[in-house]
Design a protein around this ligand. Structure first.
Ligand code: AMP
Length: 296
């Protein structure tokens, strides 16, 4: 299929981004935005296509944000390929790329950060203590740069979507508070593995073992739909299935309330989020599914 050659305007500074957005607004356009860290894949493309269906001005940001990586994490080796990303941006229908440097986003270094309470203490927040402060801080800065009407995020990072919704609900900045947040489904490879820029790190053996994550989530969904209401039973099932892969290291495998991400001490009473984080070799993978118990 020929690649459509849509022209992408690249903005490397906040000032340039503001000029583009302000001109577009003056001509009556609405702004859709998709924040990313680049090394784009079909999961990102699904967000960009939906943004392009709804908005004439679609800005994708590519920024590998240092403040959301822990000291021993993969910031330096995070995969980058701008040329390939540009081709995907054109195909998916983006009109603008916001591509700031670290200095542009943090001109005075990291002098302050935003902390969101309530949804950040568990799961990814427990495993990566400074991660969500970095996410909330950078998303607030990105929204102030791109001033979107609507921003698109993937359910793949379920806890991140809750953090961002709370950021928007509590922000004092009008362009953050007025951004509509839309969450779209996780896009998967044909064998069920959730697409992720980090999948490129997997060895062939780990890549084939990684399908256990999807199979485990499906098995747990089936058990809940068949009437299992005890969180502990679901979590035992998930851990047993994951442990069928030798040398997998399980960070967490939990069945939690989909809104609070807390374990229920009794039986499920509403929508359940099944959340998994594992390590295969040095690669950390996360995935989740939402399921409605038949009694809910
Ligand atoms: P990232 O570049 O990993 O920071 O992701 C940028 C956005 O793409 C986030 O909103 C992610 O949740 C979303 N995303 C990443 N992987 C997928 C996927 N497999 N399906 C749908 N959205 C995704």
């Amino acid at each position: 299929m020929p690649i459509p050659q849509g022209r992408i305007t690249v903005c490397e500074t906040v000032n340039h981004m503001h000029r583009e957005v302000d001109n577009a607004r003056m001509s009556g356009q609405t702004i859709g935005c998709v924040p990313t860290m680049g090394y784009l894949h079909e999961g990102h493309a699904s967000l960009i296509r939906e943004a392009a269906n709804k908005h004439p001005f679609v800005v994708v940001s590519i920024f590998v944000n240092p403040t959301q990586f822990g000291p021993s994490e993969d910031f330096e080796r995070y995969p980058r390929d701008l040329e390939r990303d540009m081709a995907l941006l054109r195909q998916a229908g983006a009109t603008h790329l916001f591509l700031p440097s670290v200095h542009e986003m943090y001109p005075d270094g990291v002098q302050s950060s935003i902390h969101i309470d309530g949804v950040t203490e568990v799961l990814e927040g427990a495993a990566r203590p400074t991660h969500f402060d970095g996410v909330a801080t950078v998303v607030s800065k990105l929204f102030q740069a791109m001033k979107p009407d609507e921003a698109f995020f993937g359910q793949k990072d379920l806890q991140q979507t809750l953090v961002i919704k709370k950021l928007v609900a509590t922000s004092a900045e009008s362009c953050v508070r007025e951004t509509r947040i839309t969450v779209l489904p996780t896009i998967r490879e044909s064998d069920g593995l959730a697409m992720s820029s980090r999948n490129v790190y997997l060895s062939l053996e780990h890549r084939s073992q990684a399908t256990i994550i999807y199979r485990t989530l499906c098995a747990a969904c089936d058990a809940i739909r068949s009437g299992e209401t005890r969180g502990t039973a679901i979590e035992d099932l998930m851990r047993d299935q994951l442990a069928s892969v030798p040398n997998i290291s399980i960070d967490y495998a939990v069945a939690v309330d989909a809104e609070t991400l807390r374990s229920s001490t009794t039986e499920f009473i509403g929508p359940v989020a099944l959340c998994i984080a594992v390590r295969l070799g040095t690669t950390r993978l996360i995935d989740n599914m939402l399921v409605e118990p038949p009694t809910a």
